[in-house]
Design a protein around this ligand. Structure first.
Ligand SMILES: C[S@@+](CC[C@H](N)C(=O)[O-])C[C@H]1O[C@@H](n2cnc3c(N)ncnc32)[C@H](O)[C@@H]1O
Length: 237
């Protein structure tokens, strides 16, 4: 098993996002180096070949199914990238989906894939380690993050993320957090990652969230290589 899950990269750029049917989002302040890094990855690699690409995000869908949420529930897909989860949620008739990522290139690819359905999504280009637009977001019923939180190796970035999480998930709402587990790779896309156990994630969220369920899952990448993840489901207290 190699120690990385995708490609690394250099520079490209893009910030503004407009949504025809949702509030207009025009201006933002992000870490431009990081944004350029991810924009380049999504520019140079076909998104279906990325190490994290899932044709069917089955484990996330299974957890969401268990929640039996109303179709009007507010769902925030964190670090959505080009995830197919959004397609499946739309297909299942969820009506209040927001997708955020630091890479506007990734979100543009996702929008292109969704075609007209892209209008049904609220798109937010923002930096989870220095959020601006996300601070104005109405609280959500479900925050779902697969393969994003583990990139925040600095405690200050983790704290920023966790503060936003505590502010933006309604009481009684849920968090799905899936990261590399302790047997996982030490890098993804050329960037170092922090690996977690169930108890490590529980201690990060404790106080505001109860752990409802967790399981380990070994994901097979498009290359055939494998990546062990820990999936956790938390409920806001
Ligand atoms: C490994 S990909 C996972 C994408 C998606 N969640 C999935 O499962 O297909 C990590 C994503 O996190 C995004 N990301 C990385 N750092 C970020 C940050 N500071 N703020 C917002 N998004 C970030 C990247 O642009 C990328 O799309």
């Amino acid at each position: 098993m190699s120690s990385s899950c995708g490609t690394g990269g250099g520079c490209s750029h893009g910030v503004n996002i407009e949504t025809p049917q949702r509030p207009l989002i025009t201006k933002n302040k992000v870490n431009e180096d990081l944004q350029n890094y991810w924009d380049t990855i999504y520019t140079v690699v076909d998104y279906q070949k990325n190490g994290w690409y899932e044709e069917i995000p089955q484990k996330s869908l299974d957890l969401i199914h268990k929640l039996k949420m109303n179709k009007n529930a507010r769902i925030l897909n964190i670090g959505a990238g080009t995830t197919t989860l959004v397609d499946f949620l739309l297909e299942q008739n969820y009506k209040n989906i927001s997708a955020t990522d630091i890479s506007s290139t990734a979100l543009d690819i996702l929008k292109d894939r969704l075609q007209d359905d892209a209008k049904k999504i609220e798109w937010i280009t923002d930096d989870l380690t220095n959020p601006t637009l996300l601070l104005d977001l109405e609280p959500v019923d479900l925050w779902i993050d697969r393969a994003v939180f583990h990139f925040f190796t600095e405690v200050k970035d983790q704290e920023t993320y966790l503060n936003l999480l505590a502010q933006k998930v309604k009481k009684g709402g849920y968090v799905i957090l899936a990261t590399f587990n302790l047997k996982g790779a030490s890098k993804c896309s050329g960037l170092p990652v922090r690996r977690y156990s169930k108890l490590m994630l529980k201690s990060k969220l404790e106080g505001n969230f109860d752990l409802v369920e967790s399981f380990e899952y070994t994901y097979t990448m498009p290359s055939g290589d494998t990546r062990p993840y820990i999936y956790t489901l938390f409920k806001r207290v």
